[in-house]
Every structure is written in structure tokens, then in C-alpha cells.
Design a protein around this ligand. Structure first.
Ligand code: IPD
Ligand code: CA
Ligand code: CA
Length: 264
């Protein structure tokens, strides 16, 4: 294993332990409203501090882009961190949330780790080295039609601007598939796609830390990720379509006619 991956795994497991322990006392947490429908707790912050502490101890010159503490400039390596993806689920005791840590070198994603502390599931990816779930290689499914496919998605709940557009996309897909899941953690959605539990995924308006690790996982598991213009601008736009090559193509075809100019 890449030594940097080793450190990322340690950081993710430590953060996961903080989250798992805190999940037993959610009622006592102080909740901060960041913006409409956007919450953070001291657990988000404690988990993030732990991740940054573990990584900086080994790589003091690296930079960070972390959801709660923002940007910390460093050398050409930047760690992109979502300490708790699925905070709303966490606050409701809905057991779907995870830690997400990615490493970017210049403009390329090099490593991705997603850790589900409740199921003790560790997803990892190394650029050019494949993707794993608990040390076993994972691949996207070979599903080649919408019929029978299980898709994941997220609703654009923070800003209602794109809701109408999103609902059109949803309508185009829902009738042709076996089902669409909105589980509440984009990181886990992408990890589930990489490991064959979902056949495709799309969402509008994600942030870099929601998706960085998951995108590398999908790519390393043989999947395709693009934005709504069939390009790789997803980290800037936050708009993502992901799936096996065939599923990606079918989803793109269904989604593309509804894409408004502001989402291109
Ligand atoms: C959220 C989750 C959710 C997605 C949102 C994200 P958070 O992250 O990934 O699935 O739909 O866009 O903000 O706020 O729980 O870290
Ligand atoms: Ca997130
Ligand atoms: Ca978060």
C-alpha cells in the first residue's frame, strides 16, 4: 500500500471512531446552521481536526481543503476532506454516513478513502492501482440497460434553483429503472457505485469534498465520471454523472436534454 494511503486510512479510521462513539449521544450535540438545510456539529469539527492532525504529523508540508476549516495552503499535495458526509442522516440516527478523504497532486486525484464507521467498511482507491472494499478489489457492475438498473442520486435541497430541472431528470430516468435511491451521503453513493451496489449515480451541486474520493473510486473500479457537458469539470461545477461506461452513456442521454445553461 502507498505510504500516503496508509496514513489516510489511519486518519479515516480515527475520525470514524469519533463519529461512531458520538452517534450514541446525538441528542446532546450542539448543532450549527451553516446555511439553509446545512448543518454541522462538534463531531464534524472534531473528526476533521483528527484527520488533519494525523496527516500533518506525517506530511507537514501538504495543503488541505476541508469542509469545516476551509483551505490551508501547502505544497503541490492537497488533502480534500469531508469529515462526516451525511450529517443530516447522522443527526437523525439514519445509519448512512461516512468519512471521505482524497489526495490531489497538482490537478490529479491520487488517492481516495471512504470509511463507513457503522459497517466498518473501508473503500480505497489509488490512481492506476484499482479500488478496494476491505482489501478486496471492486469493480462497477456490467449492467448495460436502464431496465433493471438501481441508481443513486441526491436532491438539490440546499438551493431550490435547480429543483425543477432536477425533477425533469428524475422523471426521465425513474420509469425506466428498477429504482432510484437517495441515501443521503454522496461519498457512500459513489463508493457503492464503485463496488457494484449501484449501477449509476447523478447529482447537481456537489462540493469537492463530497465527491473527490468517490470519483477516484469509481474511475479505478472501471467506471466513467463526467459533468453535464460530458467533460471533466465536475470538481468545479459540482454536477456529476457516474456509472459503468454503458450506464454512464444511457444516463447522460436521459439527463442531457434537461440541462440548463447554468449547469453546463
Ligand atoms: C451532503 C451529502 C448529501 C448530498 C449533499 C451533501 P454533508 O454532505 O453528501 O448526500 O446530497 O449535497 O452536502 O453536508 O452531509 O457533508
Ligand atoms: Ca458532504
Ligand atoms: Ca460533511
Amino acid at each position: 500500500m502507498h505510504p500516503m494511503l496508509n496514513i489516510a486510512v489511519r486518519a479515516a479510521r480515527n475520525a470514524g471512531e469519533i463519529i461512531r462513539r458520538s452517534s450514541e449521544n446525538v441528542g446532546q450535540l450542539t448543532i450549527n446552521f451553516k446555511s439553509a438545510n446545512d448543518y454541522a456539529t462538534e463531531v464534524d469539527r472534531m473528526a476533521e481536526q483528527e484527520i488533519i492532525k494525523v496527516i500533518s504529523a506525517s506530511f507537514p508540508e501538504h495543503g488541505f481543503l476541508a469542509e469545516e476549516s476551509g483551505e490551508q495552503k501547502g505544497n503541490d499535495y492537497t488533502w480534500i476532506i469531508d469529515p462526516l458526509d451525511g450529517t443530516t442522516n447522522f443527526l437523525h440516527g439514519f445509519p448512512v454516513y461516512a468519512v471521505s478523504i482524497a489526495l490531489k497532486h497538482k490537478n490529479k486525484l491520487e488517492l481516495g478513502v471512504i470509511y463507513d464507521p457503522l459497517r466498518d467498511e473501508l473503500f480505497t482507491a489509488e490512481r492506476g492501482g484499482g479500488a478496494t472494499l476491505n482489501n478486496r478489489k471492486i469493480r462497477v457492475t456490467q449492467q448495460n440497460s436502464l431496465k433493471g438498473a438501481l441508481l443513486g442520486t441526491g436532491f438539490p435541497f440546499k438551493s431550490k434553483t435547480n429543483l425543477e430541472t432536477y425533477l425533469k431528470m428524475f422523471s426521465s430516468l425513474v420509469g425506466d429503472t428498477a429504482g432510484i435511491r437517495r441515501a443521503g451521503s454522496a461519498a457512500l453513493d459513489l463508493a457503492y457505485l464503485a463496488s457494484g451496489r449501484l449501477d449509476g449515480f447523478w447529482e447537481i451541486g456537489l462540493l469537492p469534498w463530497d465527491m473527490a474520493a468517490g470519483i477516484l473510486l469509481v474511475q479505478e473500479a472501471g467506471g466513467v465520471v463526467t459533468d453535464f457537458s460530458f467533460r471533466d469539470g465536475y470538481m468545479q461545477s459540482g454536477n456529476v454523472i457516474a456509472g459503468s461506461p454503458k450506464m454512464h452513456q444511457l444516463m447522460y442521454k436521459a439527463i442531457e436534454p434537461h440541462v440548463t445553461d447554468n449547469l453546463k
